[in-house]
Design a protein around this ligand. Structure first.
Ligand code: SF4
Length: 432
């Protein structure tokens, strides 16, 4: 069959889609572009915000419009949260949710005979990590999913309900996939999960994310390990020392903040205070002075006063982030925050988001400008309008012009010469 794919949402979803795609390709099915005629569409959906669900529905109706006779498979968090609703959408033949994706081949191959199939099961009893490997993802960086589920229950978040309890991948399977990716020539891998810092908590042996990182030892092709989202209260001195001491670990840490106000963090059920966050950043910078701290912040959380928002702005300015992802609060039915008093109007959320985005952009430029005059290894990805572009290990965007060679997938030292908008420019440092 000709099968087209689309993914909404996070890196974990992108990994799950690529894994389903490789299973279907290995079974002899042909992958086609989304706007080409297809027999089946696999749409991996997101439910983290109302917008995520809306975009998922738009993608489903687009698939139906493109190929009215095609069978649409809806996977991911939206299908897990609202299977019956999804199965009523025109063209949808299968809802699969956030587990049993490894059975995608047999489910898709039975689509012909059956009416719509609801394959969404309860996650409550889920204990084992669903082993699915990915070895053919892009040219430069590869993601490895090592953890599933979350047990934190932040009050605004739907994910624990759509992804279920903690499940960690076996270290041996992580090592096996790293070996495959090293053999395929990948120099950078990204360790990803729903709650990465919980890696190992559910396993019988006493292991943590640090043990997963160590699985890359001896694989010289892999020169960079980039980490997904981390949490401050779990990064103590010993942990930071290990991260700093591992040359492969990218010195960019995505430390989710969500709010700079202690009172808002309490209402969010986040398990740290601004002081704990500040101390964690200090630890990271003492061990790695040039490291990049990036983050996520929600603005307009229910009841967020002007003073609390000011606290967030002041805290963000104090930390000096290399990049901020700003999210206006999105009410998710079934979460404690959705029932809280003081829901803010969209206009107020938009106003606060714009203010924080502007602050974030200034800090991003300030961080990038610090690289001028230094030499940084850059992993080149592609060439756009004659300029080769890639990223440093601190995830600063670098562009180099005037190079005729194919630099894709190559890691080359670059002398940083200047700043343009949100990227820096440079020249290759060629070794004789
Ligand atoms: S840690 Fe909180 S925000 Fe992150 S997935 Fe878990 S519940 Fe959601």
């Amino acid at each position: 069959m000709r099968i087209a794919y689309a993914t909404l949402g996070c890196k974990v979803n992108q990994y799950d889609t690529q894994a389903m795609r490789e299973l279907l390709e290995n079974a002899g099915h042909t992958s086609v572009a989304f706007d080409e005629p297809a027999d089946v569409y696999v749409i991996n959906t997101c439910a983290v915000t109302q917008t995520g669900e809306k975009k998922s529905r738009q993608m489903i109706s687009r698939a139906h419009a493109l190929s009215p006779d095609a069978k649409i498979v809806v996977a991911g968090c939206y299908a897990q949260r609202a299977a019956k609703e999804v199965l009523l959408l025109p063209g949808v033949a299968l809802a699969i949710g956030t587990k049993d994706r490894s059975s995608i081949v047999s489910l898709v191959e039975m689509l012909d005979k059956e009416k719509a199939i609801n394959a969404v099961g309860s996650l409550r009893q889920e204990k084992a990590f669903e082993e699915m490997s990915v070895t053919r993802e892009g040219r430069t960086r590869a993601h490895i999913k090592i953890q599933e589920g979350c047990d934190r229950y932040c009050t605004y978040c739907i994910i624990p309900y759509t992804r279920g309890p903690l499940r960690s991948r076996a270290l041996a399977d992580i090592r096996k996939q790293m070996e495959l990716l090293a053999a395929a020539g990948y120099q950078e891998i990204v360790l990803t999960g729903i709650h990465l810092m919980s890696y190992g908590k559910d396993l019988p042996e006493d292991v943590t994310l640090l043990h997963a990182i160590k699985q890359a030892e001896g694989l010289d092709t892999i020169r960079r390990i980039r980490l997904g989202s981390l949490e401050p209260q779990l990064l103590d001195e010993a942990y930071v020392k290990e991260l700093a001491g591992n040359d492969k670990v990218c010195k960019q840490f995505h430390l989710s903040l969500q709010s700079g106000s202690a009172s808002v963090l309490r209402r969010m059920n986040r398990r740290y205070t601004p002081d704990v966050y500040r101390a964690c950043v200090r630890l990271l910078r003492q061990a790695m002075p040039d490291c990049a701290i990036t983050t996520d912040i929600i603005v307009g959380f229910p009841g967020e006063t002007e003073r609390e928002f000011r606290e967030t702005m002041d805290f963000a300015a104090e930390i000096g982030f290399a990049r901020i992802h700003v999210f206006p609060y999105s009410r998710r039915e079934g979460t404690p925050a959705s029932a809280m008093e003081g829901q803010l109007p969209r206009s107020e959320k938009t106003k606060r988001a714009s203010a924080l985005i502007a602050l974030g952009e200034d800090m991003e430029k300030a961080y990038a400008a610090r690289l001028i005059g230094s030499v940084r290894d850059v992993l080149f990805e592609d060439c756009v309008q004659g300029e080769w572009q890639g990223y440093t290990d601190t995830y600063v965007h670098v562009r180099v012009s005037g190079e005729k060679e194919d630099l894709a997938g190559r890691m080359i030292p670059v002398f940083i010469t200047g700043l343009q908008e949100k990227h820096v420019t440079g020249v290759l440092q060629r070794t004789c």
